[in-house]
Design a protein around this ligand. Structure first.
Ligand SMILES: Cc1cc2nc3c(=O)[nH]c(=O)nc-3n(C[C@H](O)[C@H](O)[C@H](O)COP(=O)(O)OP(=O)(O)OC[C@H]3O[C@@H](n4cnc5c(N)ncnc54)[C@H](O)[C@@H]3O)c2cc1C
Length: 227
């Protein structure tokens, strides 16, 4: 897919949790991408411009609009720029980029995302759940219940698609659901599965190592690192 650059208008900005925002942009209808890919945004803060990368949240079938899901880290360059961003402003957007896309093999697809690392999986599930009959599982890790977002959306997908199961897990709190780190919920049988991992470096490396040690072939492990 050819890389495009255009001005994207902010059409909505909302807080999903105390430190995760969802941003929606109006973009050209001609912009095309694959679920799992990312764009780069040109951000301005304290007289400096920088390009930063963000996974695309929505499915490629939705044209003319692009959604992002962003963790706000106090003091971070992009995060401070996002705090000041208003509806109606325009940002330069470039993309699509990346190879972290869905591989439609005969194996089950297991998605492992921590924090905003769940973003590319939202896009993949929206795009491929209706098209594929194989089993999909999402393991979504956050610290506390208050940090969960798109929880109802994932629950609704689980209800509507019998080949999808959803495992939200809290690492720093116990509740009525799953708890502990994402690796705890990978199960015993690791064969016949493709694994997709997304999030910060340590989690991605730890999960990769866990899977490799248990005999999963490297070509079955796909990952995107946010740091
Ligand atoms: C391919 C790619 C796709 C990405 N997609 C997303 C996305 O969809 N949503 C998103 O929130 N971020 C995403 N990121 C991270 C994003 O590009 C920025 O690094 C992030 O917004 C922090 O930028 P900053 O300038 O505010 O903070 P910085 O000053 O650059 O970083 C501050 C600290 O925050 C940590 N950090 C970076 N990203 C995260 C995160 N997501 N959660 C918790 N801590 C983080 C860094 O390790 C660093 O220690 C992606 C990165 C890459 C490479």
């Amino acid at each position: 897919m050819a890389i495009q650059e255009f001005e994207a208008e902010v059409i909505s900005k909302k807080y999903l949790t105390k430190d995760v925002i969802e941003l929606s942009f109006s973009i050209p209808e001609t912009f095309d991408f694959q679920a799992g890919q990312f764009i780069m945004l040109r951000l301005f803060y304290e007289n400096v411009y920088k390009f930063k990368s963000y996974s695309i949240l929505n499915s490629p079938s939705q044209k003319g609009k692009l959604d992002l899901c962003i963790k706000i880290i106090d003091g971070g360059f992009a995060s401070e720029a996002f705090k000041l961003l208003n509806i109606g402003e325009y940002l330069t957007m470039r993309g699509p980029f990346g190879q972290f896309t869905f591989k439609d093999t005969e194996k089950e697809a297991w998605f492992i995302g921590v924090g905003t690392g769940v973003t590319p999986f939202y896009s993949m599930l929206k795009e491929y759940l209706p098209k594929s009959q194989k089993n999909f599982r999402l393991i979504f890790g956050v610290r506390k219940k208050e940090d969960l977002f798109y929880h109802e959306e994932f629950q609704a997908l689980e209800k509507n698609f019998s080949h999808f199961s959803y495992c939200p897990t809290l690492s720093q709190e116990t509740w009525e659901g799953y708890s502990g780190r994402v690796q705890k919920h990978l199960g015993e049988d690791l064969q016949n599965k493709d694994f997709y991992i997304c999030g910060l470096k340590e989690m991605v490396l730890e999960t990769q190592e866990y899977l490799l040690k248990r005999g999963v072939a490297p070509e079955r492990i796909h990952f995107e690192r946010y740091s």
